[in-house]
Design a protein around this ligand. Structure first.
Ligand SMILES: [Zn+2]
Length: 69
C-alpha cells in the first residue's frame, strides 16, 4: 500500500464513531479516509496514512448496517 494524504477531522466525533473505531481495528483497519484531530483546531489539514479498497468497502457496509441514531 502507498501512503496517501488523509483528511484530519476536528471536533467531537458523534457517538457512532466510537463504536466504529472499536470495530474498525479488526474489520477495516485501513477503511477510514480521515483521522480524528481532536477538539482543538490546528493548522494540520492532512496526515499521511493508508487506505485499502477492501477496508473501505467493509467500512461502507458497516456504516450502512449501523445508521446514525
Ligand atoms: Zn484492508
Amino acid at each position: 500500500m502507498e501512503a496517501m494524504a488523509l483528511r484530519v477531522a476536528y471536533g467531537m466525533p458523534p457517538r457512532r464513531e466510537f463504536e466504529e473505531m472499536r470495530v474498525a481495528k479488526d474489520k477495516f483497519p485501513f477503511g477510514r479516509d480521515y483521522v480524528l484531530g481532536g477538539c482543538v483546531l490546528k493548522p494540520t489539514k492532512t496526515v499521511a496514512g493508508f487506505l485499502c479498497p477492501r477496508c473501505v468497502e467493509a467500512r461502507k457496509a458497516w456504516l450502512a448496517d449501523h445508521p446514525e441514531r
